[in-house]
Design a binder for this molecule. Structure first.
Ligand SMILES: C[S@@+](CC[C@H](N)C(=O)[O-])C[C@H]1O[C@@H](n2cnc3c(N)ncnc32)[C@H](O)[C@@H]1O
Length: 275
């Protein structure tokens, strides 16, 4: 898992989703792109380990948004479907794909959501599902993961990235919102109050149990954005070397339990049994 950002230099696809922070139109400046790369390098490297050894694969990015991952994966030669409820995000995805020169047949964009995946994707038809930043917005994460398991081929892999409850407690406390920090700690869904924009946050035990209940076998757990969400952006923007040093630091701590306990996001790879 180490050396992720530093070793990825050859092509835009090899560099990964550096424009993930750009938002619609992919207009991030160099500083925003460097910050985005520090945020996503560990995740991108983990996803690459699933795709590296393979011929073109069928990839589903549920909640794929503007294509920060979908487009670089299509650039690597895989067939990608993005299912997302936001028409604006899908329009931005199509612009990003066109600007990157991804052939139309390599990337399919569909308006839909996690609960309704089977309306758009055949059962047992996908080798890799990305479910990044979606479970914390879903009405029923357990049912959503069961649907993910349904669309995976035997032996297929899901990559789940979800908001970590402990990080919200730390972030609310550092912002001086101590009562909200205590609420996030005590609430079974990790929410800090009615004004919380997320429907749920998870800890490692909850997330791995949800995946197990869906019949998926956990392969690895990483902490993502251990430091990146905490350090002031100016410290990274001021010095181009700082972003790659930060990405290398994130890679160095990603699989250490004491750091992933407070990571901004938890990342899990889980496999559907081959039999
Ligand atoms: C935080 S963004 C993450 C985007 C992308 N996966 C990434 O990691 O950069 C969440 C995305 O999930 C989509 N979304 C929200 N609720 C959803 C649901 N119930 N099912 C599928 N996607 C959903 C949003 O439209 C948005 O594009």
């Amino acid at each position: 898992m180490a050396d992720s950002a530093a070793s990825a230099t050859a092509t835009p696809a090899a560099q990964g989703p550096e424009g993930a922070a750009a938002g619609p139109g992919g207009s991030a400046g160099p500083a925003a792109a460097r910050r985005a790369q520090a945020r996503t390098a560990v995740l991108w490297q983990a996803v690459r380990t699933v795709l590296d050894d393979s011929a073109p694969r069928d990839v589903l990015d549920v909640g794929g948004g503007t294509g920060g991952f979908a487009v670089p994966i299509a650039e690597l030669g895989h067939r990608v479907t993005v299912v997302d409820p936001s028409p604006d995000a899908l329009a931005a995805l199509e612009r990003r794909a066109a600007e990157s020169g991804v052939p139309k047949e390599a990337l399919r964009a569909v308006q839909g959501d996690l609960a309704g995946l089977l309306e758009h994707v055949e059962p047992a038809s996908v080798d890799l599902v990305l479910c990044h930043g979606v479970l914390e917005m879903a009405d029923d994460p357990a049912a959503g993961l069961a649907t993910v398991a349904d669309v995976l081929r035997p032996g297929g892999v899901v990559s789940v990235l979800a908001a970590n409850r402990a990080a919200a407690v730390v972030a609310r406390a550092l912002g001086g919102h101590f009562a909200e920090a205590r609420r996030a700690l005590a609430d079974p869904t990790g929410r800090f109050g009615p004004q919380d924009p997320l429907a749920a946050r998870f800890d490692e035990e909850q997330l791995t149990r949800l995946l197990g209940d869906a019949g998926l076998v956990v392969q690895s757990v990483h902490g993502v954005r251990v430091f990146t969400d905490l350090v002031p952006g100016a410290l990274v923007d001021a010095d181009p070397q700082a972003a790659s040093d930060l990405a290398a630091l994130e890679a160095a701590v990603a699989d250490r339990p004491e750091f992933r306990a407070v990571a901004g996001r938890l990342h899990v790879l889980a496999r559907k049994s081959a039999a």
